[in-house]
Design a protein around this ligand. Structure first.
Ligand code: GTP
Ligand code: MG
Length: 218
C-alpha cells in the first residue's frame, strides 16, 4: 500500500501547474477524471464498480483524504493501481499535489486515472487539478436542493452521477426537479442516475467514460 503525504504547492500559479499536467497526460494518452462529491456520496463504491465492470480499460486511482488508507486499500484489493494521498488537513487537491501523487503512483500504460478528491462540495470545485474531465456525484439522501446551495461544483462538472438511486423511495428526492435545477445552471452537463449496488445505470456511465477516453486521444 503506497502512501504519499502532500503539502499545498507553493508555486504562484495553480493554473500553470494544471495546464502542464494536462499537457503531459494528453501526450501520454491517459485521461484523468477529477471525481468530486460530498463526504459519503459513494465515490469509492462507484469506482469499485467501474473497475470491476470495465475490464477493457486500465484504470488507476489517486485517493485523496485527510487521513486513513481505507479507500486506497479497497481499490488495490480489486487489482487496480492506486495510491493514497494525505492532504495535510487540506479540504481539496491542487494541481501540484495531484502531479506529485500521480508521479509517485506512476501511470504508464493506464487509459484512465480517477482522482477521488477530498469529500466536500465546496473547496474541490475551486481548484483546477490538471484533470481532463470533471465528474461529480450527488446521492439521493443529500436532497434535491444541492444545486441551489452549492452551485459551483455543478457548474464546473462535465457529468453528474445521481448515486444510490436504489434508495430513492426512502427519501423525498424529486429527480425531475433536481435535473431542472442542474440544467438551469449548467445546460451542457450529462446526468447519470446510477446505483453502484444494483448496477442500474452503470452501462451508460461506463460508455460515457469510454467516449471521453477516445475524445482525449484524438
Ligand atoms: N444503497 C446504496 N448505498 C451505497 C451506494 N453507493 C455507496 N453506498 C453506501 O454509501 C456509503 C458511503 O460510500 P463510499 O463509497 O464510501 O462514499 P465516498 O464518497 O467514497 O466517501 P468518502 O471517501 O468518505 O467521502 C457506504 O456505506 C456505501 O455502501 C449505492 O449505490 N446504493
Ligand atoms: Mg471514498
Amino acid at each position: 500500500m503506497r502512501l504519499i503525504k502532500l503539502e499545498e504547492s507553493i508555486t504562484e500559479s495553480n493554473d500553470r501547474d494544471a495546464e502542464a499536467l494536462r499537457k503531459e497526460m494528453k501526450e501520454r494518452g491517459t485521461l484523468m477524471i477529477n471525481l468530486m462529491s460530498a463526504a459519503g456520496s459513494g465515490k469509492t463504491t462507484l469506482l469499485s464498480r467501474i473497475i470491476t465492470d470495465m475490464t477493457d480499460t486500465k484504470i488507476g486511482v489517486v485517493e485523496a483524504d485527510i487521513d486513513s488508507t481505507v479507500d486506497a486499500e479497497k481499490i488495490e484489493a480489486l487489482g487496480a493501481v492506486a495510491i493514497q494521498a494525505h492532504t495535510n488537513g487540506m479540504c481539496h487537491m491542487d494541481a501540484g499535489m495531484t502531479a506529485n501523487a500521480l508521479h509517485a503512483m506512476g501511470y504508464d500504460g493506464l487509459d484512465l486515472v480517477f482522482l477521488e478528491n477530498v469529500g466536500n462540495l465546496i473547496c474541490p470545485a475551486e481548484y483546477d487539478t490538471g484533470s481532463g474531465g470533471k465528474l461529480m456525484i450527488t446521492s439521493v439522501q443529500e436532497g434535491d436542493d444541492k444545486p441551489l446551495k452549492y452551485p459551483l461544483m455543478f457548474i464546473e462538472s462535465d457529468a453528474l452521477v445521481v448515486a444510490k438511486i436504489d434508495a430513492i423511495s426512502y427519501f423525498d428526492f424529486d429527480l425531475e426537479k433536481f435535473k431542472e435545477r442542474v440544467y438551469n445552471i449548467n445546460p451542457r452537463i450529462k446526468i447519470f442516475p446510477v446505483s453502484a449496488k444494483t448496477g442500474e445505470g452503470m452501462k451508460d456511465l461506463e460508455n460515457w467514460l469510454r467516449e471521453q477516453i477516445r475524445d482525449w486521444r484524438k
